[in-house]
Design a protein around this ligand. Structure first.
Ligand SMILES: [Zn+2]
Length: 138
Protein backbone atom coordinates (compact mmCIF):
# COMPACT_ATOMS: atom_id res chain seq x y z
CA UNK A 1 0.00 0.00 0.00
CA UNK A 2 2.74 2.47 0.97
CA UNK A 3 5.45 3.19 -1.60
CA UNK A 4 9.01 2.17 -0.74
CA UNK A 5 10.23 5.75 -0.23
CA UNK A 6 7.46 6.35 2.31
CA UNK A 7 8.20 3.13 4.20
CA UNK A 8 11.91 4.02 4.27
CA UNK A 9 11.23 7.54 5.56
CA UNK A 10 8.90 6.21 8.26
CA UNK A 11 11.37 3.54 9.41
CA UNK A 12 14.27 6.03 9.43
CA UNK A 13 12.21 8.38 11.58
CA UNK A 14 11.32 5.65 14.06
CA UNK A 15 14.87 4.23 14.13
CA UNK A 16 16.25 7.68 15.01
CA UNK A 17 14.15 7.68 18.19
CA UNK A 18 16.08 7.44 21.47
CA UNK A 19 13.25 5.23 22.69
CA UNK A 20 14.17 1.57 22.04
CA UNK A 21 10.45 0.74 22.00
CA UNK A 22 9.54 2.86 19.01
CA UNK A 23 6.97 2.90 17.62
CA UNK A 24 4.38 2.07 20.21
CA UNK A 25 1.04 1.10 18.77
CA UNK A 26 -1.90 1.02 21.11
CA UNK A 27 -5.51 -0.08 20.82
CA UNK A 28 -7.36 1.80 23.55
CA UNK A 29 -10.90 2.29 24.78
CA UNK A 30 -10.08 5.99 25.25
CA UNK A 31 -7.12 8.21 26.07
CA UNK A 32 -6.81 11.56 27.81
CA UNK A 33 -5.63 13.48 24.72
CA UNK A 34 -8.12 11.84 22.34
CA UNK A 35 -9.11 14.55 19.87
CA UNK A 36 -12.65 15.33 18.83
CA UNK A 37 -13.84 16.48 15.41
CA UNK A 38 -16.96 18.07 13.98
CA UNK A 39 -16.20 17.60 10.29
CA UNK A 40 -14.87 14.84 8.07
CA UNK A 41 -13.45 15.63 4.66
CA UNK A 42 -15.26 18.97 4.63
CA UNK A 43 -18.61 17.49 5.73
CA UNK A 44 -20.02 18.64 9.06
CA UNK A 45 -20.92 15.82 11.40
CA UNK A 46 -22.00 15.53 15.00
CA UNK A 47 -18.93 15.57 17.23
CA UNK A 48 -16.95 12.36 17.26
CA UNK A 49 -13.72 11.25 18.85
CA UNK A 50 -10.56 10.44 16.90
CA UNK A 51 -10.52 6.87 15.65
CA UNK A 52 -6.74 7.08 15.34
CA UNK A 53 -4.14 9.55 16.52
CA UNK A 54 -0.37 10.03 16.49
CA UNK A 55 1.59 11.31 19.46
CA UNK A 56 5.10 11.93 20.75
CA UNK A 57 6.60 13.13 17.46
CA UNK A 58 4.64 10.39 15.67
CA UNK A 59 6.46 7.71 17.66
CA UNK A 60 3.12 6.63 19.13
CA UNK A 61 0.09 5.50 17.15
CA UNK A 62 -3.19 5.05 18.95
CA UNK A 63 -6.36 3.54 17.65
CA UNK A 64 -9.79 3.65 19.22
CA UNK A 65 -10.48 -0.04 19.79
CA UNK A 66 -14.22 0.52 19.78
CA UNK A 67 -14.19 1.88 16.23
CA UNK A 68 -11.62 -0.63 14.98
CA UNK A 69 -13.77 -3.47 16.36
CA UNK A 70 -16.81 -2.13 14.55
CA UNK A 71 -15.03 -1.47 11.22
CA UNK A 72 -15.29 -3.82 8.29
CA UNK A 73 -11.97 -5.52 7.53
CA UNK A 74 -11.50 -3.54 4.32
CA UNK A 75 -11.76 -0.20 6.17
CA UNK A 76 -9.21 -0.95 8.93
CA UNK A 77 -6.16 -0.69 6.60
CA UNK A 78 -7.40 2.75 5.53
CA UNK A 79 -7.19 4.18 9.03
CA UNK A 80 -3.78 2.55 9.56
CA UNK A 81 -2.58 4.10 6.28
CA UNK A 82 -4.07 7.42 7.37
CA UNK A 83 -2.04 7.44 10.59
CA UNK A 84 1.08 6.30 8.73
CA UNK A 85 0.62 9.26 6.40
CA UNK A 86 0.91 11.51 9.46
CA UNK A 87 4.15 9.70 10.36
CA UNK A 88 5.42 10.11 6.80
CA UNK A 89 4.56 13.82 6.72
CA UNK A 90 6.46 14.34 9.97
CA UNK A 91 9.38 12.17 8.80
CA UNK A 92 9.93 14.33 5.71
CA UNK A 93 9.77 17.50 7.76
CA UNK A 94 6.18 18.57 7.18
CA UNK A 95 4.24 19.26 10.30
CA UNK A 96 1.44 16.75 9.96
CA UNK A 97 -1.89 18.12 8.90
CA UNK A 98 -4.92 16.62 7.23
CA UNK A 99 -4.30 18.40 3.90
CA UNK A 100 -0.86 16.82 3.48
CA UNK A 101 -2.15 13.44 4.63
CA UNK A 102 -4.96 13.42 2.11
CA UNK A 103 -2.60 14.34 -0.73
CA UNK A 104 -0.22 11.52 0.27
CA UNK A 105 -3.04 9.05 0.66
CA UNK A 106 -4.32 9.84 -2.80
CA UNK A 107 -0.84 9.31 -4.25
CA UNK A 108 -0.61 6.00 -2.39
CA UNK A 109 -3.89 4.83 -3.85
CA UNK A 110 -5.60 4.82 -0.45
CA UNK A 111 -9.32 5.56 -0.62
CA UNK A 112 -9.68 8.10 2.17
CA UNK A 113 -13.23 8.80 1.01
CA UNK A 114 -14.27 5.26 1.95
CA UNK A 115 -12.89 5.81 5.43
CA UNK A 116 -14.63 9.19 5.67
CA UNK A 117 -17.89 7.65 4.50
CA UNK A 118 -17.69 4.83 7.03
CA UNK A 119 -16.92 7.24 9.87
CA UNK A 120 -19.76 9.58 8.84
CA UNK A 121 -22.27 6.74 8.57
CA UNK A 122 -21.21 4.98 11.76
CA UNK A 123 -23.40 5.71 14.72
CA UNK A 124 -21.33 7.30 17.46
CA UNK A 125 -24.10 6.65 19.96
CA UNK A 126 -23.94 2.98 19.10
CA UNK A 127 -20.13 3.04 19.27
CA UNK A 128 -20.20 4.80 22.63
CA UNK A 129 -22.58 2.15 23.90
CA UNK A 130 -20.08 -0.49 22.82
CA UNK A 131 -17.33 1.51 24.54
CA UNK A 132 -19.24 1.63 27.80
CA UNK A 133 -19.86 -2.07 27.60
CA UNK A 134 -16.10 -2.63 27.20
CA UNK A 135 -15.28 -0.27 30.07
CA UNK A 136 -17.87 -1.87 32.34
CA UNK A 137 -16.52 -5.31 31.56
CA UNK A 138 -13.04 -4.31 32.82
ZN1 LIG B 1 -5.38 12.55 10.30
Amino acid sequence: MLPLHARRAILAHWRASPNPFCPTIEMLLSWSSQETFTSIGGHEVSEFVAFGQCGRRVHELRFWAVAIDAMPDDVVPLIVAHELSHVFAWAIGNHANEKIDRANLKLWGVDQLSLDRWIRNSSLTKLERIANKHVNRG
